[in-house]
Design a protein around this ligand. Structure first.
Ligand code: ASP
Ligand code: MG
Length: 446
C-alpha cells in the first residue's frame, strides 16, 4: 500500500485534477489524500470570519463564490450533461448544510465543519472524476478514522484501531480520502492545523504500514534555501528524517511541521514530488544520513524572544522545571532555548497569552521580551562548518545561537528584517561549500 497526497495546487482546477487522476490511476493499491483546491481554505476562513462578526450575508456570498468555483471545475470535468448534473447535485448537497448554518447566529462549534468543506468537496470531485474515467475508487470519510486524543493530538494507534473497526482500506484498490480534517476529542469536526494534509498522509501511512508516502506538490522537492526569497536554490535529493523535520518546523513551507514523525517512527520513506514536473527527482526523506556538509537553510518569522534572568538560577536545581511548567500550563510550545548560568532565553510563536505568561515568569526572575524576530535554521553535518556559518552571519545582530547535541542543525535567532540578508549570505556558503568532508564513520572503517 502506498499513500499519495495531492496538495491544493495539484488539485487547483479541472486540468490539475485530470493530471493528478492520471498519477493516481497508475497505482493498484493506494490511499489518495486530497487537500482542498488551492485558496479554498483561505476563503472558508473568510466565511467563518464574516459569520462570526455577524455579517451573515457576506459570509454566504463568499461561500457561494467557492461553490461556483467547484461547479465550474465540475462542468469541465464532466462534459456530458447527465454526469455533470449528477455530480453537480452531489456538490450542492455538500454545500447545503453550511448555507443553512450561515442563516443563523455564529456557532464556534460549527466553524470546523465550514473549514472542512474544502477537503470534502475536492476529494469528492476527484473520486467522482476517477470513477468517471473508469478507475474505480473507494471514498472514505476520514473524520470517521482520525479523532484527536484528550490532548487534542492525533495518535497512530487510535487511528489504526478505528480503521480496523470500520474495515476501511481493507480490500486492495484505490481509495480517496481527505487530508487536514478530523474530529476533536469531543467528536466535533476540526483539523490538524493549516497545511495539515501532509500530516494526515503520514499518520495514515504509519497506521497502514505503507511502503511509501508520496507528497505531490507544486515544487520539485525541498529546496536548500527559501525559494520565495532566494533565486538560485536547488532541490535536495535526499534528507534524513531529522533534517527534514528541522527544516519543516523552522520554516520550509512545503511540509507540515509535524508530518515527519509518524513516518520516521515507522521508517516509511516520504517522497516529495512535483505534479508540474513529475519526471523531476524530488526529495526522498528516509533514515539514511547523507555524509554531506551544510544541506539546507530555512527560516520563519513572527518569533518572540523571552529572557528570564535570575540569581536564583545560579547553582540551583528545579529552576528550568518551574520555568517550563509555566509554558506547559498555557500550552505554548517553546522552539529555541539557550541558557547561561543566570539567564534563560527562549522563543515562542504563539503570543496570544504573552502578558499572562510574563506575569507568571516574573515570579522567577527579571523578564524581558523582544518581538519581531526570525529563526534561521541550518541543517546538515554542521560541526565542521560552524566557523564558516558564524562568519557568514557576522554582519547581523544574532540574538540566540543553539547547536543541538545531534549536530544536525544550528539555529539562529535574529531581527526579522535581517532574515533575508542572512539567508542570502548563507546561500553563498551553500553554493561554495559543495562539501566533501569525509563521513566520520567511513573514516573509522578505513
Ligand atoms: N487545505 C488546508 C490548508 O490550506 C490543508 C492543506 O492544504 O494541507 O491549510
Ligand atoms: Mg501544504
Amino acid at each position: 500500500m502506498k499513500i499519495l497526497k495531492f496538495g491544493g495546487t495539484s488539485l487547483g482546477d479541472a486540468a490539475r485534477i485530470r493530471h493528478a487522476a492520471e498519477i493516481a490511476g497508475r497505482q493498484e493499491n493506494c490511499v489518495v489524500v486530497c487537500s482542498a483546491m488551492a485558496g479554498v481554505t483561505n476563503k472558508l476562513e473568510e466565511v467563518n470570519y464574516h459569520w462570526q462578526i455577524g455579517e451573515n450575508a457576506r459570509a454566504a456570498d463568499v461561500l457561494q463564490l467557492i461553490q461556483n468555483r467547484f461547479e465550474v471545475q465540475c462542468r469541465e470535468l464532466f462534459p456530458d450533461e447527465s454526469h455533470f448534473i449528477e455530480i453537480l447535485m452531489v456538490l450542492r448537497k455538500l454545500f447545503q448544510p453550511v448555507h443553512k448554518y450561515l442563516q443563523k447566529k455564529y456557532k464556534g462549534a460549527r466553524s470546523g465543519e465550514v473549514l472542512a468543506l474544502g477537503e470534502i468537496a475536492t476529494s469528492r470531485l476527484f473520486h467522482e472524476y476517477l470513477n468517471y474515467t473508469g478507475i474505480s475508487s473507494g471514498f472514505v470519510n476520514i473524520t470517521g478514522i482520525i479523532q484527536l486524543n484528550a490532548q487534542e493530538e492525533p495518535v497512530v494507534k487510535d487511528i489504526t484501531k478505528r480503521m480496523h473497526a470500520m474495515g476501511a482500506f481493507r480490500e486492495p484498490g484505490i481509495y480517496i480520502t481527505q487530508g487536514f480534517i478530523c474530529r476533536d476529542s469531543g467528536g466535533r469536526i476540526t483539523n490538524l492545523k493549516r497545511g495539515g494534509s501532509d500530516y494526515t498522509a503520514t499518520l495514515l501511512g504509519a497506521a497502514l504500514h505503507a511502503g511509501s508516502i508520496e507528497i505531490w506538490t507544486d515544487i520539485d522537492g525541498l529546496h536548500n534555501n527559501d525559494p520565495r526569497f532566494i533565486q538560485d536554490t536547488l532541490p535536495i535529493p535526499e534528507l534524513s528524517y531529522a533534517e527534514a523535520a528541522e527544516l519543516a518546523y523552522f520554516g520550509a513551507k512545503i511540509l507540515h511541521p509535524s508530518c515527519v514523525w509518524p513516518a520516521r517512527e515507522s521508517n516509511i520513506p516520504i517522497l516529495l514530488k512535483n505534479t508540474f514536473q513529475p519526471e523531476a527527482q524530488g526529495t526522498l526523506i528516509n533514515s539514511h544520513i547523507v555524509p554531506d556538509g551544510i544541506r539546507a537553510v530555512a527560516a520563519k518569522d513572527n518569533i518572540t524572544i523571552i529572557r528570564v534572568a535570575s540569581g536564583r538560577m545560579f547553582n540551583a536545581y528545579g529552576f528550568l522545571k518551574n520555568l517550563f511548567a509555566i509554558f506547559d500550563r498555557f500550552r505554548i510550545p517553546v522552539d529555541v532555548v539557550t541558557t547561561s548560568e543566570v539567564s534563560v532565553s527562549l522563543t515562542i510563536e504563539d503570543t496570544s497569552r504573552l502578558e499572562e505568561v510574563c506575569d507568571e515568569l516574573r515570579k522567577l526572575g527579571r523578564v524581558s521580551v523582544e518581538s519581531r524576530q526570525a529563526i534561521v535554521c541550518i541543517v546538515g553535518n554542521i560541526n565542521p562548518f560552524l566557523a564558516e556559518i558564524l562568519h557568514a552571519v557576522k554582519p547581523f545582530h544574532i540574538r540566540m545561537v543553539s547547536l543541538g547535541a545531534s549536530a544536525n542543525n544550528v539555529t539562529l535567532v535574529l531581527p526579522y528584517e535581517q532574515k533575508v540578508p542572512a539567508l542570502m549570505s548563507l546561500q553563498n556558503l551553500l553554493n561554495h561549500s559543495k562539501i566533501t568532508t569525509p563521513d566520520p564513520c567511513i573514516q573509522l572503517q578505513a
